[in-house]
Design a protein around this ligand. Structure first.
Ligand SMILES: NC(=O)C1=CN([C@@H]2O[C@H](COP(=O)(O)OP(=O)(O)OC[C@H]3O[C@@H](n4cnc5c(N)ncnc54)[C@H](O)[C@@H]3O)[C@@H](O)[C@H]2O)C=CC1
Ligand SMILES: CC(=O)[C@H](N)C(=O)O
Length: 359
């Protein structure tokens, strides 16, 4: 039986790692011989399998965002510090730079990305670069370039060099015409953000490359991720991270979603655990290449109440951002992840207590 810790535990852990000193010590394939860019449409493909006895050599793109540094830490623990390279177009903080290999990589630069993969003998690629939902709506051309053109570069390089490729998708890959409570793996997907459209595109392209070229593509649709020691990158679910920082720093939090907006959420440790597990799952266990994963679902009001148990003086007000609210209202409220649980044994560790899990 998995240990299901309730969200209070997660909240308390989040608050502790945020650095607050209040009473409760809250411190707040197969492979193709040539690139799909060069391949003739009638080409046949052969299989070259990745040697499982070796540690993978890992590259993480977009690794300086909310999730990448934590992923690198987890993977380095498992595969060794020097086998995991973080990359981004931003300058790393000192502690990140000194924690293991870091390299500049712009995913829009195909040749540079290919050079990094070849020179470092990369075998697994975690493609985290993206513009998230809210920032994507504020700059659609850039989001289209990074999320779609960048993905094409990554797919081609992964197929050409026989990489195992992980690309995260999101609850944002669904839209107002999808069933929202719960949302199954296979259903109507007509998102209304460039972010969502680009993620549906990524799911379909990855699956197509899998069937067409034998690319070992693996994809999880993440819920909103909550974390304490990393900042969110401009998404609709950012409030659920910001509340911890504000609770510690100012004791005041202004929420940009309505108090009763229910969205699927997950604690970062569960998210990173699932990511490693699906990458390590034997290929024959995977009946699909894109899976929903789920842990808990809550509203801003419910989360605020939970945080107030630890920081009773926290004042919460609501100032709704219409763009984010419209996005949230079109996203799933609860996620059905039964396929992930059946196929590769997914289990979350952090949850809401039963009686609080539904409004
Ligand atoms: N954080 C969350 O709640 C969720 C995240 N995801 C997905 O997980 C992945 C990682 O998410 P986060 O870390 O939260 O994102 P983030 O927005 O915090 O970080 C994305 C990173 O991509 C980098 N980037 C932007 N343009 C780039 C380029 N041209 N070349 C290379 N890097 C570039 C940015 O510098 C940034 O560090 C994304 O693909 C996101 O869609 C999915 C669902 C939920
Ligand atoms: C759920 C996501 O994909 C992301 N956090 C966002 O809100 O855009």
């Amino acid at each position: 039986m998995p240990i299901v810790k309730n969200v209070s535990r997660a909240v308390s852990q989040l608050l502790q790692s945020s650095g607050c000193g209040c009473g409760i010590s809250i411190v707040p394939v197969r492979c193709i011989g040539v690139s799909p860019r060069q391949v003739a449409s009638d080409a046949s493909f052969h299989s070259v399998s990745f040697s499982e006895s070796d540690h993978p050599r890992v590259l993480i793109t977009g690794g300086l965002g909310q999730l990448g540094v934590g992923l690198a830490k987890l993977l380095r623990k498992r595969f060794g510090k020097n086998n995991v390279i973080l990359s981004d177009i931003r300058k790393p903080a000192d502690h990140v730079f000194h924690s293991g290999p870091f390299i500049y990589s712009d995913i829009l630069d195909y040749k540079n990305l290919r050079e990094i993969v070849v020179n470092n003998r990369i075998t697994w690629l975690f493609h985290y670069s993206a513009l998230l939902s809210a920032v994507g709506e504020a700059n659609v051309p850039l989001a289209r370039a990074v999320n779609i053109t960048g993905l094409h570069n990554v797919l081609d390089i992964a197929a050409e060099h026989n990489l195992r490729l992980f690309v995260p998708s999101t609850i944002g890959a669904f839209g107002p015409t999808s069933p929202r409570d719960p949302t199954p793996d296979l259903c109507i997907q007509r998102p209304r953000t460039i972010y969502g459209v680009s993620k549906v595109h990524a799911e379909l392209m990855g699956e197509y490359y899998h069937y067409r070229y034998g690319l070992d593509f693996r994809c999880l649709r993440y819920p909103g991720i909550i974390s304490a020691d990393s900042q969110p990158g401009g998404g609709t679910t950012d409030y659920a991270v910001q509340i911890f920082h504000d609770a510690i720093k100012t004791g005041k939090f202004q929420c940009n979603l309505k108090p009763d907006t229910r969205l699927p959420m997950m604690y970062i440790d569960d998210c990173l655990k699932a990511t490693l597990e699906v990458m390590e799952a034997p290929a024959e266990a995977l009946t699909m290449r894109t899976y929903n994963i789920s842990a808990m679902s809550f509203t801003p009001e419910e989360l605020a109440q939970e945080v107030q148990k630890h920081v009773p003086e926290l004042q919460v007000t609501y100032n709704v951002d219409e763009v984010r609210q419209a996005i949230a209202d079109s996203w799933p409220m609860n996620f059905d992840d039964s396929n992930a649980r059946r196929d590769w044994g997914w289990k979350h560790d952090y949850d809401l207590p039963e009686e609080e899990s539904r409004g």
